[in-house]
Structures are given as C-alpha cells and as structure tokens.
Write a protein that binds this ligand. Structure first.
Ligand SMILES: [Zn+2]
Length: 191
C-alpha cells in the first residue's frame, strides 16, 4: 500500500511539473523562440560569410558618407603620402559626426584602432572583398565582429583619428581584394 502512495505522489508531482512547464512554454513561446534564434544565429555566420564570399563582388558602391555627392569627392588614389607611401583609398570629407554607412552588404570582421587609421572597422563583402573605413570619430557601439551589415547600417561617425588628426575630418575608404584597389571608379551617389 505504501509503495502505491509513493508512486502516486511521484506521478502527481511529475504531472504538475509537466503542466507548469507546458504553461510556461506556451506563455513565453515568443521569448523562448527568440532565445533559440539568438543561440543558433551566430553558429550560421561562417556559413553565411562563405555564401557571401562565393557571390560576385559589388560593382557599384553607394557613397558611404551621409549627404556627400560624387561631385564632392576627388580621386586621390596613388597620391604621395608621408613616409614614401602612396594613398590607397578615397578620402570623403564631411563634418565631424556625420554618419558613415557600409557601402555594401557584408559582415564586420574587425573593429579596432591603428596608428595611421585611428578608429577603424573592416567589413567583408561579396566576392571576399574587404572594405576599410578609417579615421572614424567612433565606430558604432552597437556593432561587434560577426554582425551583418547592409548599405543602410550606420557603422560609425566621420572623424579625424589616427594620422588625420592634423587635417579636417574625413572618411578614408579602402578596398582590398588581392591587394589594395581603387574604390573610386565604383562609387555612385547614395540616392
Ligand atoms: Zn585617405
């Protein structure tokens, strides 16, 4: 008799736990689903990056600085720079704090600082091309490595960090695929 009471008690407790869990899961279905998406999503980043790398590289890049038109941008690729360097990019001048957008779809592959570039961010785009945004006043604090971006994502703000501290704020925009390439011929007006 005592054995049956023990079994029955365990069965009732199990049933109550099951009902509680089911009700909890039902009420919090949306949150639980979002949690799972958040857990699984980062695992898919390498796959999504590989898919993007396999696609042809972009042939038109909207100017990555808000409000700047093509006619305001000079092609300074290859110009002489200090220390015998040549200019490997395009300088897009704008007021400090102007939003900088990604010129492409892609993934954030590096955020950091370096002596020449100051605050910088690298975006990996289609065709395995890397895009380099330098002299930023700040990189968007919402971004971290692995995040997906599009041409409407603000990735930072125009500034003059790094070796641009003596010049007026501008974005240094670089493009790398088998070495540095000139992005200027691919730039188009944003709107
Ligand atoms: Zn530059």
């Amino acid at each position: 008799m005592r054995k049956y009471i023990v079994v029955l008690t365990i069965a009732i407790i199990a049933l109550m736990v099951w009902i509680y869990t089911a009700v909890f899961a039902y009420i919090n279905y949306h949150n639980i689903k979002m949690q799972l998406v958040h857990m699984v999503d980062p695992l898919l980043v390498p796959y999504r990056m590989a898919v993007l790398q396999a696609q042809p590289a972009d042939t038109a890049l909207p100017v990555p600085v808000e409000g700047v038109r093509m006619r305001q941008i000079a092609d300074t690729w290859g110009d002489a720079r200090s220390g015998g360097r040549t200019h490997e990019g395009v300088d897009i001048f704008a007021k400090r704090g102007t939003p900088v957008y990604s010129a492409t779809e892609g993934y954030v592959v590096r955020i950091g600082t370096n002596r020449l570039g100051g605050n910088v961010i690298y975006i990996l785009g289609a065709g395995g091309r890397r895009y380099y945004y330098a002299h930023l006043h700040a990189v968007s604090p919402a971004l971290s490595v692995g995040d997906r971006v599009s041409t409407t994502t603000v990735i930072g703000l125009v500034g003059n960090t790094g070796n641009a501290s003596g010049t007026s704020p501008h974005l240094h925009f670089g493009m790398y695929q088998f070495g540095a390439q000139n992005p200027y011929p691919l730039l188009i007006d944003r709107i």
